[in-house]
Design a binder for this molecule. Structure first.
Ligand code: PLP
Length: 414
């Protein structure tokens, strides 16, 4: 789709309405066929030989997936995309693609999604990929790490989890390129509404579709969006290792994405309101939010993120709290869902020490700034005042020691 079309427009048009026979379906159907054939063998031969565009086997390509991939490539301004069965599957295949014809060496941001750290340390390193972690917000340290490690690939997240740090992606891209390394960016927390890493020099962008893009807590999926140089390698690898998303999931993800820009705008503005409220509360220490004036990366954020769109995650510490107090607070929530995940239409809260960062020792967590009173809030599209009211009553309940059983969840009463 033409570049001048805005992302809100792309979200509802790209990928859909392909002519099938004489009619044009308004949305892409769920194509469950595992294989496809043609009127004559000659055509099937040309499709197999990729001399002619067409579908032959769903591990290679499927019309439902192709529609989602076209949509995601359009949103991120990429050459092409591959829909994968999960965000982790997407990260794995993206890293393998990046490293295919490069040094088996990697420089990664030290603040990454927990499972990504696990993949680097427990899967890639034992297979001979040298991994070095670096503070991606410390550009001289990144430069030094790249010079010493000579990586084939650099991996970073646009907005880190859970402390929401923002690195200078364009500069990291320049350093990577100069060293012959591919830059892979996990853009899950930012979405293409905030940042489009390929425009800043990244080579491969990955998303957990499960989060903001699909956005409704009803589908697990991932996607890789590629520049031109890596696209053929990515598809060839995927044809062989088969990480693809199923057509039902592609349909759900695509349906979700149509409203992602609207949802994300609302979630970002709600997050900003909630963050300000939290900052004003005496029970709360340290509110991490990219929109805060005192954020350690404030000048980078002004350069990298659009005004007023600072993401929909707010991480904060309950003053003086440990596990017991955090459990009491989270047990008392009636509207905010205390479930693992983020980016859904409803607000959700996660306790990193118990979940995403459980495998990391308390000492190491402390060093990373992930203290025992820290919780991560993914702000939904509800009315901001209702989210705040829920947080307020839970703070009160945590202080007075009342428990969840006293009150039903809001979903049962509203
Ligand atoms: C959730 C998430 C992933 C993993 O995605 P899945 O769909 O759960 O496999 C990777 N990176 C980030 C930043 C995430 O939030």
């Amino acid at each position: 789709m033409e570049k001048k079309v805005k992302i809100h427009t792309k979200a509802v048009h790209a990928g859909d309405r392909k002519k099938t026979g004489r009619h044009i379906p308004i949305t892409t159907p769920i194509h469950t066929a595992s294989s496809f054939f043609y009127e004559d063998m000659e055509m099937l031969d040309r499709v197999f030989g990729r001399e002619e565009a067409g579908f032959n086997y769903s591990r290679y390509d499927n019309p439902s997936n192709a529609a989602l991939e076209e949509l995601c490539a359009s949103l991120e301004g990429g050459h092409g995309a591959l829909a994968c069965s999960s965000g982790m599957g997407a990260i794995h295949v993206a890293l393998l693609t990046a490293l295919a014809d490069r040094r088996k060496s990697l420089v990664a941001a030290d603040a990454l999604y927990g499972a990504s750290v696990g993949m680097l340390m427990n899967v890639l390193e034992p297979m001979g990929v040298a991994v070095r972690f670096v503070d991606i917000c410390d550009l001289p340290a990144v430069e030094k790490a790249i010079a010493e490690q000579k990586p084939g690939c650099v991996l970073m997240e646009t907005i880190s989890n859970p402390l929401l740090r923002v690195g200078q992606m364009d500069r990291v891209a320049q350093l990577s390129k100069a060293a012959g390394a591919a830059l892979v960016v996990d853009n899950t927390f930012a979405t293409p509404l905030l940042v489009r890493p390929l425009e800043l020099g990244a080579n491969l962008v990955v998303h957990s579709l499960t989060k903001f893009l699909a956005g409704h807590g009803d589908v697990l999926g991932g996607v890789i969006i590629s520049d031109q140089d890596h696209y053929e390698g990515l598809r060839a690898l995927a044809r062989t290792v088969g990480p693809v998303l199923g057509p039902f999931e592609s349909y759900l993800a695509m349906r979700g994405i149509k409203t992602f820009a609207l949802r994300m705008e609302r979630q970002c503005s709600n997050a900003s309101v909630v963050s300000s409220w939290l900052t004003s509360r005496p029970e709360i220490d340290r509110v991490h939010f990219p929109g805060n004036a005192g954020h350690p990366d404030a000048s980078t954020i002004r350069r990298m993120l659009p005004a007023g769109l600072h993401g929909a995650i707010v991480t904060f510490e309950l003053k003086g709290a440990g596990r017991t107090e955090v459990f009491r607070f989270m047990n008392a929530l009636r509207l905010v869902v205390p479930a693992t995940s983020l980016g859904d239409v409803h607000s959700m809260m996660l306790y990193p020490s118990m979940s995403s960062h459980r495998e990391i020792s308390p000492k190491q967590r402390e060093r990373m700034g992930i203290r025992d009173g820290l919780v991560r809030l993914s702000v939904g599209i509800e009315a901001a005042e209702d989210i705040i009211a829920d947080l307020e009553q839970a703070l009160l309940a945590a202080r007075t020691g009342s428990t969840k059983s006293a009150k039903p969840a809001l979903a049962e009463t509203c």
